[in-house]
Design a protein around this ligand. Structure first.
Ligand code: BTN
Length: 325
């Protein structure tokens, strides 16, 4: 028996006695106890009360393939080629990059309960606790090379905000190029990775992470100001499967239309969601620093930085943007 056998029995957040758990699983109480001790490694809290047994306060919000598929619109359903739902992976993006090398088909989606090496932008680690967030990746094939994909990651940001709005989460904003913000704190992020021919047929993995209920025990390892849906939705946090379906309902049609339509139809929507509009910022690019005022983005998704010498377009890449204080 391992922890994945025991966890579903505690997923509802109700108390179970050690004996009940042992009987149901056909193992000794000592074996149950050994597994219960491993919950902390997953960032899950265990409450033990004499005479009542054990429970995970708040339960465990497992992903459900039935709920994800059931929550899809007919459009999204038709565009999704397959859904991989994993218990644990290093990174859902890495998983799809490996699938590309063995011939994955456009529309392949991967989500997981946990990532052991979640990837963020600029080589950062994306903290990915068990059942605490949504880790979602989608592979799409494009035929006109990387140039036709300018602005795609911004378009994904717009789709993510629309998805959250469809769940009643209002007030989510975007920070160029890939951050999903709420009240200035990071709620999620987008990471695009590419394989294939940059001038021809290429495959893009669109990765989205959304904090849902980050356990306090792992919160300390997040090195920036962050928030989760639990902190926004007060008592009515959407289930992770519901969030996954909502994201796919917006991202799949947007990505499918991007090669023919590009960023233009999303330009105004992005501008309306721009958290840094008219704000003084410093652009960090390696050792280089550039000060200016954010004046939105152009039709290619390049940031329009107003400097003393005029507007400088700033393209993505190894760049980060910080408030100029
Ligand atoms: C960022 O740095 O803001 C981007 C974070 C992207 C995280 C998501 S989680 C799903 C997918 N798999 C990964 O390893 N990263 C992306």
């Amino acid at each position: 028996m391992d922890i994945t056998t025991l966890l579903p029995m505690l997923a509802d957040g109700e108390f179970r006695s050690g004996q009940d758990l042992a009987n149901a699983l056909g193992v000794s109480r000592t074996a149950v106890w050994k597994q219960l001790n491993k919950l902390a490694d997953l960032g899950l809290e265990l409450e033990a009360v004499k005479g009542r047994g054990y429970r995970i306060p708040g339960g465990v919000d497992f992903l459900s393939e039935v709920d994800i598929r059931g929550g899809l619109t007919s459009d999204a359903s038709a565009l999704m080629n397959d859904l991989l739902l994993l218990n644990e992976t290093d990174s859902t993006n890495a998983e799809l990059m490996r699938k590309i090398s063995v011939g994955a088909v456009s529309g392949l989606v991967c989500t997981a309960e946990q990532q052991t090496a979640g990837r963020g932008r600029l080589g950062r680690t994306w903290v990915s606790p068990f059942a605490g967030s949504v880790y979602l990746s989608l592979m799409w094939e494009f035929s006109q090379g990387a140039a036709a994909l300018q602005g795609l990651s911004l378009g994904v940001g717009v789709a993510v905000v629309r998805a959250l709005e469809s769940l009643g989460v209002e007030g989510v904003k975007l920070k160029w190029p890939n951050d999903i913000l709420y009240d200035g704190a990071k709620l999620g992020g987008v990471l695009l990775e590419m394989a294939g021919d940059a001038a021809g047929v290429c495959q893009v993995v669109v990765g989205v992470g959304i904090n849902v209920s980050i356990p306090r025990s792992v919160a300390a390892s997040i090195d920036q100001s962050w928030i989760d849906l639990g902190g926004i939705c007060a008592g009515a946090t959407p289930r992770r499967s519901t969030v996954v379906a909502a994201l796919l309902n917006e991202i799949l049609p947007m990505v499918a239309g991007f090669e023919s339509e590009g960023f233009s139809p999303l330009h105004q929507a992005w501008t309306d969601l721009d958290a840094y509009a008219d704000q003084p910022v410093v652009i960090h690019s390696g050792e280089k620093r550039q000060r200016g005022i954010c004046r939105g983005v152009d039709g290619r998704g390049a940031l329009q930085l107003e400097t003393s010498t005029g507007i400088q377009p700033i393209f993505g890449g190894e760049i980060s943007l910080r408030k100029d204080t």
